[in-house]
Design a protein around this ligand. Structure first.
Ligand SMILES: Nc1nc2c(ncn2[C@@H]2O[C@H](COP(=O)(O)OP(=O)(O)O)[C@@H](O)[C@H]2O)c(=O)[nH]1
Ligand SMILES: [Mg+2]
Length: 411
């Protein structure tokens, strides 16, 4: 399915068209004509041009120079039913009361009603039921595919937030309960990386505290959180929710002293104590890398602690994650630069050899591109109708909502 056709603009309730990325000029990069006598000058100019185009075409590089300290992105994840949406609602109320400027995003395509007004809502762009029908999927696959479709348009979401960055302290993101989105699916990686390469980004992992009172459930929940931490490499805050029903003291004790946890596991005869012992050693290391707070989405307990933990994590992001990201970027850039130099050298040799003839780079890329494009065009014609059903194009209605949604925030 071709997602780039103009007819499927993402619907965002504060839409301002993002600048389109500067495309590489394939004519110039694949074939260069030489004029008599001036070949050296021509060659130098062409090379300069190529260099400029290369550096302006990488959106990732642009993101590095645009990196902003605010807003902090808070991605709320956790098992289905742990209280993510209710917690989001509580966070939104807290931001209103405390004059914190927030933006709210819903990434759950299957939710029927939201207790808060979302500024950006996946449901405005992807129709989950249509996705299920068209791709013949069950509810779980429908949610994953909807997120994959949305992820292909995520650069637009980022550019909307970038434009409002000066007016925002936080962007709060609600997600579906399918935790595998963030542990192995492509869309989870695309979404978190897109956020994290532009803004400080923190994961808030919501735990259903009363349900985690059994050591086995607690461990499996922590293993999920652990895999999200290592997969995303982002700072993580554990929000022990529903403390109005059960206090999270037991969890803090288990995390602090792993012998207490082992004693609890051993008392639970349903679990192999050997496995539990090795796993609790792994988790012991994991606990050192995160912050935990007890919260209640229902009573509002723990909100201050939660935001303090988010601020501390955002600082940690700037110190460690950002440095790591920059290092990886610099390495990528270095490799690209090397590759580019090699290509330039090849081009120079080709031009010297051809002496006045038209030179076509021998990479075969141009042919491939054209073949690929021809195939895409055919596909596009077949699929246009289907896609119209999947994507809502009711942009006018959305614009009307804009003022109302933004009005809920204090800026
Ligand atoms: N007692 C209590 N119930 C909560 C709390 N947070 C959420 N819930 C309940 O947990 C259920 C699932 O909440 P929901 O926000 O839909 O969870 P999600 O699937 O993670 O988005 C709902 O019935 C909520 O009322 C809380 O802090 N305390
Ligand atoms: Mg929810």
């Amino acid at each position: 399915m071709d997602m780039d056709s103009d007819s499927q603009k993402i619907n965002i309730k504060s839409q301002e068209a993002g600048d389109p990325p500067v495309p590489m000029d394939s004519e110039n990069s694949s074939a260069i004509k030489k004029n008599d006598g001036k070949e050296n000058e021509e060659l130098t100019n062409s090379m300069k041009k190529l260099q400029v185009e290369e550096s302006s075409s990488g959106s990732g590089q642009a993101a590095v120079s645009n990196f902003k300290r605010k807003p902090v992105i808070v991605i709320v994840v956790g098992m289905a039913g742990s209280g993510k949406t209710t917690f989001m609602h509580r966070l939104v109320s807290h931001t209103h009361e405390s004059n914190i400027r927030g933006y709210v995003m819903n990434l759950d395509p299957a939710v029927i009603t939201l207790p808060f007004g979302a500024n950006i809502d996946i449901r405005d762009t992807v129709r989950y039921k249509e996705v299920m029908k068209q791709f013949n999927l069950g509810p779980n696959g429908g949610i994953l595919t909807s997120l994959n479709l949305f992820a292909t348009k995520f650069d637009e979401v980022i550019s909307v937030i970038e434009k409002r960055a000066d007016q925002l302290d936080y962007v709060l993101v609600d997600t579906p309960g399918q935790i595998e989105i963030f542990t192995w699916s492509a869309s989870g990686a695309i979404i978190t990386e897109a956020f994290a390469s532009t803004f400080p980004t923190v994961i808030a992992y919501v735990v259903d505290t009363p349900r985690s009172a059994s050591p086995v459930t607690f461990m499996s929940n922590m293993l999920y959180a652990c895999s999200i931490l290592y997969k995303t490499r982002l700072p993580l805050v554990l929000a022990f929710n529903k403390i109005d029903v059960a206090q999270h003291q037991f969890a803090l004790e288990w995390m602090e002293d792993f012998e207490t946890f082992q004693a609890a596991v051993n008392a639970d005869s349903s679990y192999s104590s050997n496995l539990a012992q090795s796993l609790s050693l792994v988790l012991d290391e994991f606990y050192k890398n995160l912050r935990s707070v007890g919260v209640s989405a229902v009573t509002g307990a723990g909100m201050k602690d939660f935001f303090n933990a988010i601020e501390a994590s955002a600082d940690e992001y700037m110190e460690t994650y950002k440095a790591d990201l920059d290092k990886r970027r610099a390495e990528k850039q270095r490799l690209e630069e090397e590759h580019r130099k090699e290509n330039m050298e090849k081009l120079r040799k080709d031009m010297e050899k051809s002496r006045g003839e038209t030179v076509v780079l021998s990479t075969g890329l141009k042919d491939k591109d054209e073949r690929g494009k021809a195939m895409m065009d055919e596909d596009e014609e077949d699929e246009v109708e289907e896609e119209d059903e999947v994507f809502s194009e009711d942009e006018e209605g959305i614009d009307e909502d804009e003022d109302e949604e933004v009005g809920r925030f204090s800026f």
